[in-house]
Design a binder for this molecule. Structure first.
Ligand SMILES: Cc1cc2nc3c(=O)[nH]c(=O)nc-3n(C[C@H](O)[C@H](O)[C@H](O)COP(=O)(O)OP(=O)(O)OC[C@H]3O[C@@H](n4cnc5c(N)ncnc54)[C@H](O)[C@@H]3O)c2cc1C
Ligand code: SF4
Ligand code: SF4
Length: 1023
């Protein structure tokens, strides 16, 4: 792409990317291409990626790119593995992520019209609210899209009753290269379905849906594939009203039994359900049909040596139907092969595969009651565990051909064409259809720019695949000879990536389930910001194709630690804990730069024990005077109330209200006052682990000295430290830690439940409130119900839930987004506030000081008239207490923060230096300032010196800093209006911050300051 073409993307602002790292992440799909095949495919990094938001924009992009002769590859969630989304000819990737609206729901005709990029999960959630649901969906339901599946084609859950997806589509709107938008219906749909975008890009799909009904599920087991076939044939013959039938083979059952469980802070959080080593079929049908289905199933399984399995297994298999990729943890790669075979040969095909493929092959299958010719078919997806980094993987890949050949022999076909099987398009799509497709392709895309190298033509790769197919019997022994190890085996660090993290990077199936709900991602919309993107980047890094730079360090640190991804991951990967490990590795060990504002927090914490640059002596000023004797420092009690920094210095109402509430509920507690330190969460996420450890030790000592054994927090981050992180760290460090953690909402809810505490009847004005589950009190500490119980116990309160609540609750976007990109934080915050408005709430209640801070700043920035109230304040107000309004202090502190964030960037420092050239030149050592001034008078002399500045500056600046610090502090104060206590401390804090930041920033700073300094010396600009 030339420079002029690149200019086209400027108008799309942050919806287009030319960034090298980003582009690299849009150049692949879920499959791990064997290393020997990669050179045949070549470099597939696109030249640009663009994300249209509407059909209109899509038309504009397609027409422009076509005129310019730029190849285009459509990409939805890239959950497919046939290479359809791989930009074989580079060019432009069109990402449908932002085209995800529901256009219309027609309840009468049971159809829905959607934009192509909507995921099945999101669509189904909306349909369920209308009493409808999907007729069928792929097992990649949490990530894949309505448009992607139409373009890819296929069958899924629900296909037993409803067949292939394309049979359930009414129409599709498609953008053609000319810019025409054409509607395809009935027979013409075959020109876009399974065409993978080679004939046009789908903008909208209208599909059939069904009424929502309760489902019943049954799992059954039988010893071999022939018996399985007999059972399914019996079901088909009996014409049982079954919606979905899918099965796994004994190897899959065995591996599922071995696969790691989902963990939380090192503890499994799901129960292992042991599956018998048999063929296991799970059936779903409408509850109203249970009386018809269940007795006949009983009769069918017995003669086939089968048995109906327990309800527990049935529910487990159903609940985990989207999580089959967990077996990839044992690979860490999988060689996939997918075929469709007639049901009448299911047993033969499975038996022959077992006979010919001498590798542990795990299989799952889906039954389709009526295939295209009216006869039942089975989709079989097989995986062979392997390791893509090893040579043997290339040979095992060859066994894909063996499986396809066996399927063909029994009247079957490969599942899809994509990038690999264009030469088999006739078998897959049918000869007549291929002919029609070719004619249409020539008509609409004579230049061959729409998704080149797919479906009908695939050049050299096609020849290689044909060769591999022809010599399958010769290649097979090599594949069978490879010794496959099965099991998780992290061994050694790879390029300094810890062994376990390295293993997870390869185990990630790239399914994309983690993407849409990750706030780091949805705040920005780019793959690099998602867990999937980061795992892929790590693979590239470990294989030496990319390097750490500040942008990538920032990307890992920007994760808000919301922990939602851990719960969504199809491979149960501990994602957030892995990023946490890397934070320490990058900042603590490799001394990379953390977010600059953290440096100010570190300096403030080390000086005065808090991150807000307040004085230690002021830490306890908020504590109610009348409670000092009963609960203040000096009172000995088993419980300590731990306020944390933000409640102590910014949102004082939280601390005041929390102690009032505890006191009124009759809880005996003490307060540490000046001995309390920051809980050190910011140090942990900043990667400043030495400061974290030092601070943790001080806090533990202070609690022990107070004679307490329980810490009651109000702040979820403090709670997380005392409940989860301090126990882990103290164990690791061998420190004695016998301290329990509780949240005040748990303590008060207990008192309410036991009847020891009630709210007065006349406490509150009637009001409607909703509850924001903070990530750290919710997903980390598991406290979901107690705050709700507390709210519901307050008379006059109407409680409404937001759409995303409890385990699925969305993050507020603090703190890491706020520190890195305030505008993104405001977008994420708005998302959450919008949900509250949608739920009909007058107030959003929260209990996390950082969430409250962030939501208040977001409401302010986005001009939303929604009150954010602290839960303790709300509850204590119902007891008759008044508290100061925290909003003015939040605004004041945010102004300081915002100013600091802007200052602590290369541009911010360059601007600051630009306001003090005189002092900087004067401060140069060894009379260099005078010399520079002299050079400024000689035409061209400074320009000749320019190449030396990058060498000189890093050496000179540390020597100049002490001399210019007073004037620098004046300039900072002029730019950032800060409270007196903060301004007083700046002379101590600022030099430390500069010492830590400058070595990292100087490289970016020098180019920004060189010309302004030359201009100043030449007298062009005064400072
Ligand atoms: C865990 C898991 C389970 C799966 N289960 C199933 C299953 O049950 N059944 C099944 O069939 N598949 C399954 N798949 C494969 C895959 O998820 C499906 O093919 C899915 O439909 C792809 O959807 P997508 O939105 O990710 O599309 P992508 O993978 O992004 O795209 C698929 C193809 O469509 C093209 N395309 C995308 N959007 C458009 C558009 N708007 N216009 C034109 N062309 C477009 C792409 O270029 C590509 O060729 C599974 C995958 C995973 C990881
Ligand atoms: S913890 Fe949250 S922000 Fe971080 S990667 Fe996971 S989902 Fe994204
Ligand atoms: S991290 Fe998990 S959910 Fe995300 S792409 Fe990888 S396997 Fe899928």
């Amino acid at each position: 792409m030339n420079a002029k073409q690149k200019d086209f993307f400027l108008k799309f602002d942050n919806r287009a990317s030319l960034d090298e790292t980003e582009r690299m992440l849009y150049g692949h799909d879920i499959a791990a291409i064997p290393n020997l095949v990669k050179p045949i495919i070549g470099n597939t990094t696109p030249d640009a990626v663009v994300q249209p938001t509407s059909e209109e924009e899509l038309v504009e992009i397609v027409r422009w790119a076509y005129d310019e002769g730029i190849p285009m590859t459509p990409r939805a969630k890239a959950s497919s593995g046939y290479g359809g989304v791989i930009p074989m000819k580079k060019g432009l990737v069109i990402d449908f992520y932002r085209m995800k609206n529901i256009v219309a729901i027609d309840k009468e005709n049971l159809t829905v019209t959607v934009e192509a990029g909507i995921t099945w999960e999101k669509l189904d959630e909306k349909l369920k609210k209308e009493g409808l649901t999907l007729r069928l969906y792929p097992t990649s339901y949490p990530s894949s899209t309505a448009g992607g599946w139409l373009a890819q084609g296929g069958a899924g859950i629900g296909s037993t009753e409803f067949g292939y997806y394309s049979q359930n589509v009414v129409s599709a709107r498609v953008v053609l290269p000319s810019g025409e938008v054409r509607v395809f219906e009935e027979d013409d749909l075959e020109l876009v379905s399974e065409a993978e975008g080679i004939t046009g890009f789908i903008s909208q799909v209208t599909l059939k849906v069904q009424p929502l009904e309760d489902l019943d599920v049954v799992s059954l087991a039988c010893p071999d594939a022939h018996e399985l076939q007999r059972i399914v044939e019996g079901i088909v013959q009996a014409d049982l009203p079954i919606w979905a039938m899918m099965f796994i083979n004994p190897k899959m059952a065995e591996l599922k039994n071995k696969a790691p469980l989902m963990e939380h802070y090192g503890h499994p959080i799901e129960e292992r359900v042991i599956l018998p080593a048999s063929y296991i079929m799970t059936l779903a049908f409408r509850k109203k049909d249970a009386k018809t289905v269940r007795p006949i199933l009983d009769d069918l399984v017995k003669p086939c040596q089968g048995e109906i399995l327990s309800e527990r297994i049935a529910h487990h298999e159903w609940e985990h139907r989207f999580k089959l990729m967990v077996v990839k943890r044992l690979g860490p790669s999988l060689v996939p092969s997918e075929v469709i075979v007639p049901l009448s040969h299911l047993g033969d095909v499975m038996t022959e595969i077992e006979r010919k493929v001498d590798q542990p092959i795990v299989k799952e299958g889906v039954i389709i009651q009526k295939g295209p010719d009216g006869n039942p078919e089975v989709v079989i997806l097989g995986f062979i565990p392997g390791d893509q980094r090893k040579l043997g993987y290339n040979f095992v890949f060859g066994l894909v051909m063996t499986i396809i050949k066996i399927a063909r022999r029994y009247g079957g076909r490969p599942y899809s064409t994509g990038m690999y099987f264009a030469k088999k398009a006739g078998q897959i799509l049918g000869k007549e259809r291929v002919k029609r497709l070719k004619v249409f392709k020539r008509e609409v895309d004579p230049k061959g720019l729409l998704n080149p190298g797919k479906v009908l033509k695939n050049g050299l790769l096609g020849m290689v695949m044909t060769f591999a197919s022809a010599f399958e019997s010769l290649i097979r022994p090599f594949g069978n000879l490879v010794i496959t190890q099965v099991g998780e085996r992290p061994e050694k660090p790879i390029r300094d990536i810890p062994p376990d993290v390295a293993w997870y990077a390869y185990s990630c199936s790239q399914c994309g389930y983690c993407i849409d709900e990750c706030d780091q991602f949805y705040g920005r919309g780019w793959e690099s910001q998602s867990p999937r993107g980061k795992w892929y980047w790590l693979r590239e890094y470990m294989e030496g194709r990319t390097q750490w730079d500040q942008q990538m360090v920032d990307t890992f640190i920007s994760c808000t630690t919301c922990e939602l991804c851990n719960l969504r991951c199809s491979a149960a990967l501990p994602i957030e804990p892995s990023w946490m490990k890397l934070r320490g590795q990058l900042i603590e060990d490799k001394k990379k730069m953390t977010f600059p504002p953290f440096e100010m927090m570190v300096a403030a914490l080390q000086a005065e024990g808090n991150i807000w640059a307040g004085y230690r002596k002021s830490r306890g000023e908020w504590f109610p005077k009348d409670l000092e004797k009963k609960h203040g420092p000096g009172h000995r009690a088993k419980n300590v109330y731990f306020a944390g920094c933000t409640a102590s210095y910014v949102e004082n109402d939280i601390g005041m209200a929390s102690v009032r509430l505890l006191d009124e509920a009759g809880v005996d507690f003490t307060y540490l006052g000046e001995k309390e330190n920051c809980c050190a969460t910011p140090m942990l996420v900043a990667g400043k682990w030495d400061v974290f450890e030092e601070t943790m030790r001080k806090n533990i000592q202070a609690v022990k000295e107070a004679g307490a054994d329980t810490v009651i927090s109000s702040c979820p981050a403090c709670d997380m430290m005392w409940r989860q992180v301090y126990p882990t760290w103290t164990k690791k460090l061998g420190i004695d830690f016998d301290i329990k953690a509780k949240h005040y909402s748990e303590v008060v809810a207990e008192k309410i439940a036991s009847g020891e505490f009630t709210f007065p009847k006349n406490g509150q004005e009637p009001t409607t409130v909703t509850w924001h589950d903070s990530c750290h009190i919710g997903r980390v500490s598991g406290v979901y119900e107690e705050p709700r119980e507390l709210i519901k116990a307050i008379p006059g309160v109407r409680f409404v839930e937001m759409e995303h609540n409890r385990q699925k609750g969305h993050c507020c976007g603090s703190v890491l987004t706020l520190l890195k990109e305030p505008p993104v934080a405001a977008d994420i915050g708005k998302d959450r506030l919008d949900e509250a408005v949608e739920a009909g709430a007058d107030k959003v209640l929260a209990l996390c000081p950082c969430c409250e801070f962030q939501l208040r700043v977001s409401a302010d920035t986005k001009k939303m008239d929604l009150e954010v109230v602290d839960l303790a304040r709300f509850a204590s107000s119902a007891l008759g207490y008044d508290f100061p309004d925290p909003n003015p202090e939040v605004k004041k502190q945010w102004a300081v923060f915002e100013g600091m964030i802007a200052l602590m960037t290369p541009q911010g420092f360059a601007d600051l230096m630009g306001s003090m050239w005189k002092e900087l030149i004067d401060a140069m050592p060894l009379g260099m300032g005078g010399m520079m001034r002299f050079m400024g008078k000689i035409p061209g002399a400074l320009n000749m010196m320019k190449p030396m500045f990058p060498i000189l500056f890093p050496r000179l600046l540390p020597l100049m800093m002490p001399k210019v610090m007073p004037v620098m502090l004046d300039r900072v104060r002029e730019r950032i209006p800060m409270p007196d206590y903060m301004a007083e401390q700046m002379p101590d804090l600022m030099p430390k911050v500069m010492d830590n930041l400058m070595p990292h920033m100087i490289g970016d700073l020098v180019p920004l300051v060189t010309q302004p300094m030359i201009d100043y010396l030449r007298g062009k600009k005064a400072a």
